[in-house]
Write a protein that binds this ligand. Structure first.
Ligand SMILES: C[S@@+](CC[C@H](N)C(=O)[O-])C[C@H]1O[C@@H](n2cnc3c(N)ncnc32)[C@H](O)[C@@H]1O
Length: 551
């Protein structure tokens, strides 16, 4: 057998699985299954079908998921760096499919790092609605933020908070909540042998305590009639059916929404709770039977490492509170207290704080002005900004330029370089500019990693576009594009940070736009990052920390 399983684990599974145990053990002799999920924020399934660089088979329970053959390394292709797909274990794709996210939903991913399921949720939202994605471990939120940015998500807020504190800021705000709970990880033994070693440290008992708290808090975050999906990658009944039965017992407004037994999904096992945990079975009584409608994904019954999923449906009549809507959010935009900053993870200097106050006041004033055509806050007050720009034209980059309203500098860049409708609220943190789908006021006091889509920085009167801005752009939204081919190595050279010689004829400009300046660099038509073109040379603006490091 390839993997040495902990003996207590094997003994427990033998007792539970009975005749099936041999088949279960045989699955550990096979290699783990690898998968990828197409990022439909950037590419349609039809386009991907034409461009796919590997032979792949569809994953039955995820319309955008594919099995990747053994030996193929999808991370070593420029398309990975263009965020066209996310590499994900196939059974881990099931929970978000079952959450049934629709464009416009308010979704919370409570235990989100490194972001596999958040990027899947974002693709389903298609830029409409709100995604708040959170992880309690600050180190892990770095990967989470990076993945959200690489995958071109515009409407996400990234937090590093406890579920309790999020509930304080967003009471009954979300109509969909995902809890991909920290767990003992028994479904990861085949994929990652370190999980076998750490199994004893992350004992089932410790995980149960965390899971109970997280689930209980999720109920405070959910809007009436909303859905919670709870998932783990473990087989322990304590962390699965018993956890759900306890929750249902304490929260009678919820019922289990039955998951169909298709695609190799097996039913939940209330009988195992009766067998192993008679006290829980007695305490939870008949609600325990509902857990039969939850799903177990077994490595011996389908091609995946294993998962547990429960869909918990809140009955709207169980609570009189109404669902907060996107319209409510718009009203909160103009109510940002001038003297309160959001707790950002990077401390602001005194000068930054002063600047931030100034900018936020200006931002608020812009938002309070009637929007041109009533479209959105981001465009509000453009006429005034244009007037301000006119009066600054021809003044060069001296002191006057530095003194221009940073919001104007930002708007000017957007208008000159992009064809983009700015959605949400423009939020300034010191020099950094974001478009936020929830607005600044709701985030006050929270540890915010990203309050929204990071657009760039205003420094010395100039706007410097961010890499995440480029990542989320479609080719048609940029006024200047340089397209590189994946086939001839040019894209990889760009990703390695090299300066490229690009003749002027290759700079694709919209009418009236000159070749010189910031260009969106693409691979086969999909955004990779920024470059600055001048006289046949493309200065590479790809961030050093993101560079292609393989040979
Ligand atoms: C199974 S992993 C999440 C994987 C992630 N959903 C994905 O698809 O990429 C569980 C995560 O929960 C986080 N976590 C642990 N306790 C937490 C808590 N009390 N609140 C929020 N997150 C927590 C861990 O740091 C870990 O990143």
């Amino acid at each position: 057998m390839a993997v040495q399983l902990p003996s207590i684990f094997a003994e427990r599974m033998k007792n539970l699985l009975g005749d099936e145990f041999e088949q279960f053990m045989k699955s550990y002799e096979q290699s783990p299954h690898a998968g990828l999920r197409v990022n439909t924020l950037k590419i349609s399934m039809e386009q991907f079908d034409e461009l796919a660089p590997f032979d792949m088979r569809p994953i039955p329970w995820c319309g955008t998921g594919f099995y990747v053959p053994h030996g193929v390394k999808p991370g070593l292709h420029p398309y990975y760096h263009a965020g066209l797909y996310y590499i994900q274990e196939p059974s881990a794709m099931a929970p978000v499919e079952l959450l049934d996210v629709q464009p416009g939903d308010h979704v919370l991913d409570l235990c989100a790092a490194p972001g596999g399921k958040s990027t899947q949720i974002a693709a389903k939202l298609q830029g409409k609605g709100v995604l708040v994605t959170n992880d309690i471990h600050s180190e892990r939120t770095k990967a989470l933020a990076k993945n959200v940015e690489l995958y071109g998500v515009r409407n996400a807020v990234v937090l590093n908070e406890s579920p309790e504190r999020i509930a304080g800021a967003f009471p009954h705000y979300f109509n969909k909540v995902l809890i991909d709970a920290p767990c003992s990880g028994e479904g990861m033994f085949r994929k990652d042998e370190d999980m076998v070693k750490s199994w004893e440290h992350h004992s089932v008992e410790k995980c149960v305590l965390m899971q109970r708290d997280i689930l209980e808090t999720a109920a405070k975050l959910l809007a009436p009639g909303g859905t919670i999906v709870y998932s783990t990658c473990t087989f322990a009944p304590e962390e699965n059916e018993a956890m759900i039965a306890e929750f249902l017992n304490l929260n009678p407004g919820f019922t289990v929404h039955d998951i169909p037994e298709t695609a190799g999904f097996a039913p939940g096992r209330p009988d195992w709770v009766r067998q192993m945990l008679p006290e829980t079975a007695e305490k939870t009584g008949t609600v325990l039977d509902q857990t039969r409608g939850t799903a177990r994904l077994w490595p011996h019954l389908l091609e995946g490492e294993g998962h547990y999923v429960a869909v918990l449906q809140h009955r709207p009549e169980a609570s009189p509170e109404r669902i907060s809507s996107v319209e409510d959010e718009k009203e909160t935009v103009s109510k940002i207290p001038e003297d309160q900053g959001i707790a950002v993870t990077q401390p602001l200097s005194k000068a930054d704080r002063k600047r931030e106050r100034l900018m936020r006041t200006e931002s608020r004033e812009r938002n309070e002005r009637p929007a041109r055509g009533g479209k959105n806050e981001g465009k509000a007050g453009r006429n005034n900004e244009r007037d301000a720009r006119k009066s600054n034209r021809g003044k060069g980059r001296g002191t006057d330029q530095v003194n221009i309203d940073p919001g104007t500098v930002y708007q000017q860049f957007i208008e000159e370089h992009l064809e983009l409708e700015l959605l949400g609220e423009t939020v300034f943190y010191g020099e950094r500019v974001y478009q936020s789908s929830v607005g600044a006021s709701r985030l006050e006091g929270l540890k915010v990693i990203r309050p929204g889509w990071f657009m760039g920085t205003v420094k010395n009167g100039r706007f410097v576009p961010s890499h995440p801005l480029a990542c989320a752009l479609n080719r048609s939204e940029a006024k200047r594009v340089i397209n590189l081919a994946s086939a001839n190595g040019e894209a990889v050279r760009y990703l390695k940070g090299e300066t490229l010689n690009i003749e002027e004829a290759r700079v694709e400009c919209k009418t009236g736009v000159a070749a010189k300046g910031y260009a969106l660099v693409c691979v086969d038509g999909f955004a990779l990052g920024w470059g600055k073109w001048l006289d046949g040379v493309l200065k590479n603006e790809y961030p050093a920390g993101w560079r292609w490091t393989s040979v």
